[in-house]
Design a protein around this ligand. Structure first.
Ligand code: SF4
Length: 399
C-alpha cells in the first residue's frame, strides 16, 4: 500500500517537473510504516538525520501509518509542516495542491500496477496496529475501480494488482453480496493480461471462490495467505479467526485446482504464549504445506493492540533461534520447489530490464530473471527456459 501511495504522490508532483534531492528540497515527504517496533525506531532515526541535512526552511511532511499512531511524538521531536495518514488518492492530491497549487496526475509507466480497492481493516488481530493506524474498512465504489483500472490500462500497464489490507473483505461495507468475487469478475473484463490481488485473509477466503477463480483466465495463479502460526492455541491468542485445519483445507483446494500456483505466507514467531510445542506445530505446517516462499517476522509489541497487554515472555534470543530455524527450512523448500522448474518452459510477462536482464513473473507469480531480452520485450509475455534458481528467483533464457 505504501509503494502505491509513494508512486501516486510522485506522479502528481512530477506534473510540475519536480526533482528529488534531499539537501535542496523545499518540501520533504516521508512515507512511514508502523508494523514493527524496529521499523518505528528506524524511521525516527531517519527523521533525525533528515532534520540535520535539510534546508532550515524546508517543510517536512510525514505520512503513512506511523504518522497516525505516533503523531504526538513526531510533532514534538520534528515539528513537521503536516503529519497524518493520507492514504487515499484525494488526500495525496491535496498534498500536491498544497505544495504546487494546480497539479495533475502524470503517467506512471510501469507494466505492473497497484490499485487499492479497500482501505483499513476491521479485524483487530491482537498483534496488529493497522486498524488503529488506517481505521475501519472502506471499499471504493465498484464503478470508480473499473474506471481507474481502464485508465491504468490506457497508461500501458499489462498487470493490475488489486490491493487491500484485507482484500477479500471488498464490498462488505457497501453491502455487496460476495463483493470480492463480484469485483474480480468485473475487473477481469478489462483487457489486462494479468490480474492479481493482495492481501488475503484465511478467515475470509471462501473455499467456493477457488473453483470460481478458474473462470478468470487472466488471474495470476499466486495466492499469498498469511498463516502466522501453525498452532491453534496461538492463532486463537492472535485472534485470527481460523484454525490450522481450515487453513490446510484452503491450501489443499488451491493446489487441487491450480497445481502450478505459487502459495506464499507470512509467519510471526515469538508471540506471547508461543511455547516450543506451538513452534514445532508451525514447523510441521511449513513442512507439510511446502510454501513457495514464507516471510517470517519476529513479534514485537505494538501500542494500542490487545497483545500489548500480554506479557512478552519469549526471550529475544529464542525468537531469533525460531526465526532462523524457519528461514532455513523455508529456503530448502523454496530451492526444492523452484528447482522443479529447471529445464521447463514458462510464460513470463517482462516488466522491466535491469543490469541487462529482463525481470518479470511467470503465471504463478514467481519472479523470473531473463537473459536475451530487449526493450521491445517489455510488456510482452515471452517463453523462457529455466536453467537455474535461487531462493528468490528463477533464471532462464528466452526460447
Ligand atoms: S487482518 Fe489482522 S493482520 Fe491483517 S491488517 Fe487486519 S488486523 Fe492487521
Amino acid at each position: 500500500m505504501n509503494v502505491y501511495t509513494s508512486s501516486y504522490l510522485k506522479s502528481i508532483l512530477n506534473s510540475k517537473g519536480m526533482e528529488s534531492r534531499l539537501e535542496d528540497a523545499d518540501y520533504i515527504i516521508i512515507n512511514t510504516c508502523a508494523v514493527r517496533e524496529k521499523v518505528k525506531q528506524k524511521i525516527i532515526s531517519y527523521l533525525g538525520k533528515v532534520d540535520k541535512i535539510k534546508k532550515e526552511d524546508a517543510k517536512l511532511i510525514v505520512i503513512g501509518c506511523l504518522s497516525e499512531v505516533e503523531k504526538e511524538e513526531i510533532n514534538k521531536k520534528f515539528k513537521p509542516y503536516l503529519v497524518g495518514l493520507f492514504d487515499k488518492e484525494s488526500d495525496l492530491e491535496n498534498i500536491g495542491k498544497l505544495i504546487e497549487g494546480d497539479v495533475y496526475k502524470t503517467k506512471i509507466g510501469s507494466v505492473s500496477r497497484y490499485l487499492p480497492v479497500i482501505f483499513g481493516c476491521d479485524h483487530f488481530c491482537s498483534y496488529c496496529i493497522v486498524p488503529f493506524a488506517r481505521g475501519r474498512e472502506k471499499s471504493k465504489n465498484l464503478e470508480d475501480i473499473i474506471k481507474e483500472a481502464e485508465e491504468i490500462y490506457d497508461e500501458g500497464a499489462k498487470e493490475i494488482i488489486l490491493l487491500g489490507q484485507n482484500v477479500n473483505d471488498y464490498g462488505k461495507d457497501l453491502k455487496i453480496d460476495d463483493g470480492f468475487m463480484v469485483l474480480l469478475k468485473e475487473v477481469s473484463k478489462t483487457p489486462f493480461q494479468r490480474i492479481s490481488f493482495l492481501t488475503s485473509h484465511p478467515k475470509n477466503f471462501k473455499l467456493k471462490w477457488i473453483s470460481e477463480f478458474k473462470d478468470i483466465p487472466n488471474l495470476l495463479q499466486f495466492f499469498h495467505l498469511p498463516v502466522q502460526s501453525g498452532s491453534n492455541k496461538v492463532l486463537s491468542l492472535m485472534r485470527r479467526g481460523y484454525t490450522k485445519e481450515i487453513y490446510f483445507e484452503i491450501i489443499n483446494k488451491i493446489r487441487e485446482e491450480f497445481p502450478f500456483a505459487s502459495v506464499t505466507t507470512d509467519i510471526l514467531v515469538g508471540f506471547p504464549g508461543e511455547d516450543e510445542s506451538d513452534f514445532l506445530e508451525t514447523v510441521d505446517l511449513i513442512k507439510k504445506i511446502e510454501f513457495d516462499r514464507s516471510f517470517v517476522f519476529i513479534y514485537s509489541k505494538r501500542p494500542l493492540t490487545k497483545g500489548y497487554q500480554y506479557e512478552d515472555e519469549v526471550p529475544h534470543s529464542e525468537k531469533l533461534r525460531r526465526i532462523n530455524y524457519l528461514i532455513k527450512i523455508q529456503d530448502d523448500i523454496t530451492l526444492k520447489r523452484y528447482g522443479e522448474y529447471i529445464g521447463k518452459e514458462v510464460d513470463v510477462l517482462i516488466e522491466n530490464i535491469k543490469g541487462g536482464s529482463g525481470i518479470g513473473k511467470e503465471k504463478g507469480g514467481r519472479v523470473v530473471i531473463v537473459e536475451d531480452v530487449t526493450d521491445d520485450d517489455i510488456g510482452k509475455i515471452v517463453k523462457v527456459e529455466i536453467d537455474r534458481v535461487n531462493i528468490r528467483e528463477l533464471f532462464g533464457k528466452k526460447c
